[in-house]
Design a protein around this ligand. Structure first.
Ligand code: HEC
Length: 268
């Protein structure tokens, strides 16, 4: 099919993009939409769990197309595109793979040639709220553990790269913090700055002078901030990204004292 071929075009164009995934439409059949339109569902988090560390890292990965591999990067699709805020993107639609919005065929060759079951079988995107209390995951292929199902989603359904144990644990921590009766993160964010919890994640690697870890985190945070850009936030977000890049440059040169100064500015 024509559109099938189009998504194999080079990815260089999008690689450097942080601010908008609008170009994703170029890689998808006309009429497709991976962005949730209208009001997004509330992100309900279990109030008994601290919203930090692993959960935050998992949240960043959940929102990063890179965890799902090259094809997902091209179309700007992350776990959050389907399970928006841990719930359901009721407008998700890919022409040829969806029969109705909010439904998708995850066993189609569009995702991975080897996992085509040769039937058109779109299914409802499930909510992940309360997923921690389930004992079975999936409908076609059933797994009894959330980490195992998460590996299956990345590797088999979406032909993503091999996820590390750290990534799987972080994703599972985030998903396990989603709760039916939880607090809406929007309220949490009102009390703090929209992204200051993320900046806290940089603290450990700066202290440990762990540049590779810092580099990965800065990329993830930067991309996530880029996705939050609007007219109102553009200036503030650009400033944060500028500070993070300066932090990275200092750290790359082994100058962690200066890196700490940038980190303090970020956390103000
Ligand atoms: C293209 C849309 C889409 C994307 C992207 C996606 N999912 Fe899903 N997810 C689904 C659908 C559809 C199902 C139902 C699959 C089934 O029942 O076999 C599902 C099922 C699940 C389940 C099992 C839920 C249950 O109650 O059984 C988990 C956990 C899950 N996804 C996590 C993830 C994670 C983590 C990512 C990113 C690494 C992700 N999903 C990316 C559509 C998606």
């Amino acid at each position: 099919m024509g559109w099938d071929r189009r998504i194999f075009l080079p990815i260089g164009l999008i690689a450097s993009m942080v601010a908008s995934w609008a170009v994703a439409e170029d890689w998808l059949p006309p009429g497709s939409t991976t962005e949730m339109s209208g009001v997004k569902p509330a992100e309900l988090l279990d109030p008994s769990q601290e919203f930090s560390g692993q959960i935050l890292l998992g949240r960043l990965l959940f929102r990063s197309p890179s965890i799902l591999g090259e094809k997902a990067v091209r179309i700007g699709m992350s776990c959050d595109s389907c399970h928006t805020n841990g719930h359901v993107n009721t407008s998700f639609y890919i022409e040829g793979l969806s029969d109705l919005p909010g439904r998708i065929d995850v066993t189609h060759r569009f995702w991975q040639a080897g996992f085509e079951d040769n039937t058109d079988n779109p299914i409802d995107i499930p909510s992940l709220r309360n997923v921690k209390n389930k004992s079975e995951f999936g409908t076609r292929v059933i797994f009894s553990s959330l980490p195992a199902f998460t590996r299956h989603v990345i590797a088999t359904e979406f032909a993503g790269p091999q996820a590390t144990g750290v990534e799987i644990n972080a994703l599972v921590s985030y998903m396990s913090s989603l709760d039916i009766n939880g607090l809406d993160t929007r309220y949490i964010y009102e009390e703090t700055d929209i992204d200051s919890p993320y900046t806290d994640l940089l603290f450990g690697p700066v202290e440990d002078q762990d540049f590779p870890q810092l580099d990965v985190l800065i990329d993830l945070i930067r991309a996530d901030l880029g996705r939050q850009v609007s007219n109102d936030t553009e200036e503030e977000i650009s400033e944060k990204i500028r500070l993070m890049l300066s932090l990275r440059t200092s750290a790359a040169a082994g100058n962690y004292e200066t890196a700490k100064v940038f980190l303090e500015k970020l956390r103000r």
